[in-house]
Design a protein around this ligand. Structure first.
Ligand SMILES: Cc1cn([C@H]2C[C@H](O)[C@@H](COP(=O)(O)OP(=O)(O)O[C@H]3O[C@@H](C)C(=O)[C@@H](O)[C@H]3O)O2)c(=O)[nH]c1=O
Length: 189
């Protein structure tokens, strides 16, 4: 399992080694020692992962951008089936990369895992017909603390690789036109 830092402070990408043979493939998807090394070498506390989630989405689905305000969750994202454009947005006041975003294609082919640090907003857009996304979190889900920033916020200006002429499929909760609680990042500053 290798890992690299990205241009966004504290966001890392883990890359497991894939062993392919006539049966299929094998890979380790979590090794505590490598995972811990990535954090200690960056002078960060090693997070404890307390919850694992899986979602299945169809093509053109966009989930996000989500964060928990008082109990922020770090998230280790991977894709067991299909392909997504995964986005992390640094919304940590005072961070040197505050207001910046990073997008990374993560798929069952490349096996990448993206570490979304606590304090970031997270979302993804589904590129394949089906995407099974599995992610471990460093805090429990708290529905009362869960918030959404508009996926199409003009200040963030995230370059989602959307299909031409197609609006993405978003939940009513994430839809800025339907849910007045969806936050505008520009106003949040
Ligand atoms: C996230 C979550 C949802 N749920 C429930 C609440 C709701 O009834 C149903 C669907 O929830 P949502 O619509 O919020 O699911 P979803 O839009 O997939 O939410 C997820 O989006 C991605 C981008 C993230 O970063 C995740 O942390 C999470 O916020 O599942 C849980 O029970 N536990 C959880 O941890």
């Amino acid at each position: 399992m290798k890992w690299i830092n990205t241009q966004l402070k504290d966001v890392m990408i883990f890359s497991p080694r894939k062993f392919i043979d006539e049966r299929g493939f094998f890979m380790e998807t979590l090794r505590q020692n490598t995972f811990s090394d990535a954090f200690t070498q960056n002078n960060l506390d090693v997070p404890q992962l307390v919850q694992e989630n899986q979602s299945r989405s169809i093509n053109n689905v966009l989930r996000g951008l989500h964060f928990q305000q008082h109990f922020p969750q770090g998230k280790l994202i991977r894709v067991a089936r299909g392909s997504i454009f995964d986005v992390a947005v640094d919304i940590r006041q005072g961070s040197t990369t505050y207001g910046q975003w990073i997008g990374q294609e993560i798929s069952d082919e490349n096996g990448y895992q993206m570490w979304i640090p606590a304090g970031f907003a997270h979302g993804f857009y589904v590129l394949s017909d089906i995407a099974d996304v599995i992610y471990k979190c460093s805090q429990y889900y708290r529905p009362d603390d869960d918030q959404t920033i508009a996926w199409n916020d003009p200040v963030l200006n995230i370059q989602w690789p959307l299909k031409q002429h197609l609006a993405p499929l978003v939940s009513d909760k994430d839809n800025p036109m339907l849910n007045p609680k969806v936050i505008s990042f520009g106003l949040k500053q």
